[in-house]
Design a binder for this molecule. Structure first.
Ligand code: SF4
Length: 328
């Protein structure tokens, strides 16, 4: 993404949640380190895929960037402005630009509102349009996401999963954003319509110059849409690279595990492919292993991995890896 402006810069972001005990004093007895010091950036018009198993902190990262939850420390710089300490009131003007698409399209749509009201609600709330402009605006938004505007008076339950996700996308687009956090937006959809929704995201990006942070739990989903990919494991980014570089030359053992489960279209390759099985469960962010966060499951773990946390090393062309196997 050389030559494009950095739109979002996340530096050493931490999101910790206190675990409290006691009825009266609610004493803090521990901390869940959901996001534990991650750094990355997103350029204008770029898609960064954020990948990792459930519970690794991807969604918390997305929500913290949009200030839907408060970061514990670190900075979130959007268009040169550090928004990490912004109040909800200070965030209001930026809500136009920074939007979110949710995983479950049905749960994120108000079942009592018709589609016209759902997609124009943010515009009414921000006083961008009046009630008399709702119908025209809804028509345009539904056309953009490939839905028939004749159905704008219907309710969410009258649509399929893919159509409901399109309604959610139309609502997120209504304020003409520059940056969107897409939180597993196709995970709840049938495989047959996942590709359509991914294509829709790409078309919109081309037409509107949108930048995405695209969150998914497996690499096959972000392969098609991402320019760069960051791999996350219990609150840490362990590897980040340009998409082609990451698929051609994965370096972190965890990335190799994730890649080994990505199906390939070539049956001969598929037969040759050796799937690496992970043993054990992902550790709780409440009780993280010492040293490398992946040391309890890593097939290459060495003694040093259990005592010393590896730092992020740049191996060239923006490819960064946090693993003791990588030499500076
Ligand atoms: Fe595995 Fe050690 Fe590398 Fe961690 S630092 S990924 S445990 S080899």
């Amino acid at each position: 993404m050389q030559g494009k402006d950095v739109l979002l810069e996340v530096k050493d972001l931490h999101v910790h949640f206190p675990v409290r005990r006691g009825i009266l004093f609610k004493k803090t007895v521990a901390e869940v380190k959901a996001v534990d010091g991650i750094s990355f950036n997103v350029h204008a018009g770029e898609t960064v895929g954020l990948v990792g198993e459930s519970g690794c902190g991807k969604t918390t990262t997305g929500r913290a960037i949009l200030k839907l939850i408060e970061p514990t420390s670190g900075s979130i710089v959007y268009k040169g402005q550090d928004i990490s300490g912004f109040s909800q009131k200070e965030m209001l003007p930026l809500r136009h630009e920074m939007q979110m698409v949710f995983q479950d399209p049905y749960a994120s749509l108000n079942p009592r509102m018709c589609v016209m009201d759902i997609v124009t609600d943010p515009l009414i709330e921000h006083k961008v349009i009046t009630h008399s402009q709702k119908e025209d605006t809804a028509r345009k938004l539904l056309e953009i996401v490939g839905l028939d505007p004749r159905y704008m008076n219907r309710f969410p339950h009258e649509f399929s999963g893919g159509q409901r996700q399109r309604i959610g996308i139309a609502r997120s687009l209504s304020l003409n954003p520059r940056f969107m956090v897409c939180d597993e937006p196709i995970a709840a959809l049938d495989v047959s319509i996942q590709a359509q929704v991914i294509n829709l995201f790409q078309d919109l990006q081309e037409k509107m110059g949108l930048a995405y942070l695209f969150i998914a739990h497996d690499l096959s989903v972000v392969r098609h849409i991402s320019d760069r990919i960051a791999v996350m494991y219990i609150g840490k980014i362990v590897e980040t690279a340009e998409k082609h570089d990451l698929f051609k030359n994965p370096m972190h053992p965890y990335t190799k595990v994730l890649l080994s489960s990505v199906p390939t279209p070539d049956p001969a390759n598929e037969r040759r492919r050796r799937r690496i099985e992970l043993v054990g469960e992902i550790p709780s962010p409440l009780n993280k292993p010492k040293g490398c966060p992946f040391c309890t499951r890593c097939p290459n773990a060495m003694d040093v991995c259990k005592v010393e946390e590896p730092s992020m090393i740049d191996v060239g062309d923006g490819h960064q890896v946090a693993c003791h196997l990588i030499k500076r």
